[in-house]
Design a protein around this ligand. Structure first.
Ligand code: KG4
Ligand code: ZN
Length: 350
């Protein structure tokens, strides 16, 4: 009997133990999740310091690091959970979006585990994974809710209508917010990864530099964003000051940029929750780890009497637990792949 014939006969379990594997960028992450919400183990091996030397992620270095780190991460996760491979009920893996070579390492590895154990292989969308991190943060969380999706590749206000249906209310027309953080970090001479370094510097500065208040007066989609103008304004400001021989207060630039970039995310999420009557806002994606966002959004949610779910910072940035959490939802639907599964650099946000 072929692998897929066996999987067709597979009986879905009530409380499965799922391994989540994530290799879309520079984190090799493997987690073990019980019943969709309980983290039994969660290993992350980052190659960020390798990329920092080059100012950004080098895809070839990311792929090579995954090939060596993935076995260690898996072994450590199993050891920490006190389990063996045979205890895992299904293998969920990020199929995309991300760096193709990096994704292929995780996909190939997950296929081999699924094949050798005879257990289901579950392809997971990285973005849906980010959204599902909120189910780990609040074990009682149920849709509907609004999520602010803010990562290095995506920026959107998403209405999560039920566990499977999401409605993108608006998204960025150009750069993603994380990408803008990374580019501003570069112009300020800060190393990769840019977001946390901009945040650190911003703490020493003030919001005193006039930057475009993004899309405040934009008459296109009410929930859309545009980060390219803000990024360019920061770059122009730094270059103009330097050309005039005037000093640049980098901390003020970082703080002013951060306020402009984040305030609009909060405003639009609150607007969406009020307009459509959603009582909960969640945060997903790497920029969700930003302390200013977390603080301001907490204040605002309290004021507006909106429930807020903020996953721990570790579960905002890339991790395997979120892939296990989303894998659980797909497992319950029997959305299993065969061994021809391929990675995909782009996956539509839907
Ligand atoms: O979700 P993520 O880990 O990977 C993608 O799916 O893109 O997000 C990475 C992005 C990067 O652009 C990084 O600079 C940003 O999240 N980021 C932050 C912070 N931590 C990570 N941006 C602002 N403040 C942070 N503390
Ligand atoms: Zn991500």
């Amino acid at each position: 009997m072929s692998y897929f014939e066996r999987i067709k006969e597979y009986k879905i379990k009530e409380s499965p133990i799922i391994m989540g594997i994530e290799t879309s960028c520079d984190e090799t992450a493997v987690a073990i999740i019980k019943n969709g919400r309980e983290i039994l183990a969660d290993e992350i091996i980052s190659s960020a310091t390798e990329h920092a030397k080059f100012g950004g992620v080098v895809p070839e270095i990311a792929s090579r690091t995954h090939t060596t780190a993935i076995l260690t991460a898996t072994k450590n996760a199993l050891d920490k959970a006190g389990l063996t491979l045979n205890d895992i009920d299904a293998f969920a893996v990020t199929q995309g979006a991300g760096l193709l070579g990096a994704l292929l390492v995780g996909v190939s590895f997950a296929k081999s585990l699924a094949f050798s154990t005879g257990k289901p292989l579950i392809p997971v969308s990285h973005i849906r994974g980010h959204i599902s991190a909120s189910y780990l943060a609040d074990k009682k969380l149920e849709p509907p809710f609004i999520t602010i999706l803010a990562s290095g590749g995506h920026t959107a206000i998403v209405a999560v209508e039920d566990y499977y249906n999401i409605n993108v209310l608006g998204s960025t027309l150009d750069d993603a917010v994380g990408e803008a953080f990374d580019k501003v970090a570069r112009v300020l001479g800060l190393s990769y990864p840019g977001g946390p370094n901009v945040e650190r510097l911003a703490k020493e500065g003030k919001n005193v530099i006039a930057l475009p208040k993004m899309l405040k007066n934009y008459n296109g989609g009410e929930f859309d964003f545009s980060y390219s103008g803000l990024k360019t304004a920061v770059i122009n400001y730094v270059h103009n000051q330097t050309a005039k021989g005037e000093s640049v207060n980098k901390a003020d630039v970082a703080c002013s940029f951060q306020c402009s970039a984040i305030d609009v995310l909060i405003d639009k999420a609150v607007l969406a929750s009020k307009k459509f009557g959603y009582k909960t806002i969640c945060v997903s994606g790497g920029v969700g780890a930003n302390g200013y966002l977390r603080e301001k959004l907490t204040e605002r949610a309290n004021k507006e009497k909106i429930k807020l779910v903020l996953p721990e910072k570790r579960y905002c940035t890339d991790n395997g637990a979120m892939i296990g959490a989303e894998g659980y939802l797909q497992y319950k639907k029997g959305n299993f792949a065969n061994l021809e599964l391929n990675a995909s650099a782009v996956i539509p946000l839907k």
